[in-house]
Ligand binder design. Structure first.
Ligand code: 6PG
Length: 260
């Protein structure tokens, strides 16, 4: 596992606030560096509060949204108005509440009835929209991810062949426990990011966090262990409840803990 900043807040709200601050700071730096900010958003439920905070009246003026491009790390293969749609959640909690140009919002397509074909379409969007990093891999400024109770992240689930993908940037997957197929970014494009931020919280995540940060383990069992930015930073922002098992075994070297 790479050097990791482990940010521990007393509450999930504190962890959310830290991520919001990090995104605001990275946006400013990216805009100064290359004139835009390319942010890949997570699905699930945990980031809802983050998106609501970023789009709140006190915060939404802290980012020049007209220079921001929004993407998604994964999507359930359902319609855009389906209650399970990650894009629906992102649209309701963020996109509809900020002045981001519609052409800068890049949801994962799910209307083609073929996850692999839609995944390939999204890969083309990434290659056409993102600046190229080293090796020609498109480079996000920030990739925001969640952590599943089983250690999955994005839609990289335990046992998935997508964990070992080295060429394609976006693939279709059919996780055995998930009710629908999914489309997910793969490790090469996630790890090409300037910064990868995992936001999670709650006691139910304690086991997954322990295994993610442990000295030894397999990404095939705990897919979040695949997060290893090529030359970017890995940050994990959590609440105390998610840390309840962290002293159960030695953590990997290179963890810098920041207690808020
Ligand atoms: C999804 C997410 C998924 C999520 C984790 C954590 O489509 O559900 O991309 O990877 O981040 O499952 O979900 P919660 O934040 O709801 O715990």
């Amino acid at each position: 596992m790479p050097d990791t900043e482990l940010v521990v807040a007393a509450t999930l709200q504190g962890a959310v606030r830290w991520v919001a601050d990090a995104i605001v700071g990275d946006a400013k730096a990216a805009m100064a560096d290359h004139g835009s900010f390319h942010l890949c958003l997570a699905g699930g439920s945990t980031p809802r509060d983050l998106y609501a905070l970023l789009s709140s009246p006190l915060w939404r003026t802290r980012v020049e949204w007209d220079r921001v491009h929004l993407y998604m790390g994964d999507e359930r293969y359902v319609g855009a108005v389906d209650p399970r749609s990650n894009y629906r959640m992102i649209r309701e909690t963020l996109v509809d509440r900020i002045l981001v140009p519609p052409r800068n919002v890049h949801p994962i397509p799910t209307g083609g009835r073929d996850p692999e074909a839609d995944a390939a379409r999204y890969e083309t969007v990434l290659r056409n929209s993102l600046p190229a990093g080293s090796g020609g891999v498109p480079r996000f400024d920030v990739v925001l991810l969640g952590l599943g109770n089983d250690g999955h992240t994005a839609s990289l689930f335990p046992g998935s062949t997508a964990i070992d993908e080295t060429q394609r940037l976006v693939v279709g997957v059919s996780p055995p426990m998930a009710p629908t197929p999914r489309i997910t970014l793969t490790p090469p494009v996630i790890n090409a990011a300037q910064r990868v931020i995992v936001l999670t919280g709650g006691a139910l995540k304690a086991g997954a966090l322990r295994h993610m940060l442990a000295e030894h383990g397999s990404p095939h069992e705990i897919p979040a262990r695949v997060l290893d930015p090529d030359d970017g930073r890995l940050c994990v922002s959590v609440d105390l409840a998610a840390c309840s098992e962290l002293d159960a075994e030695p953590l990997h070297d290179g963890i810098v803990t920041i207690r808020l």
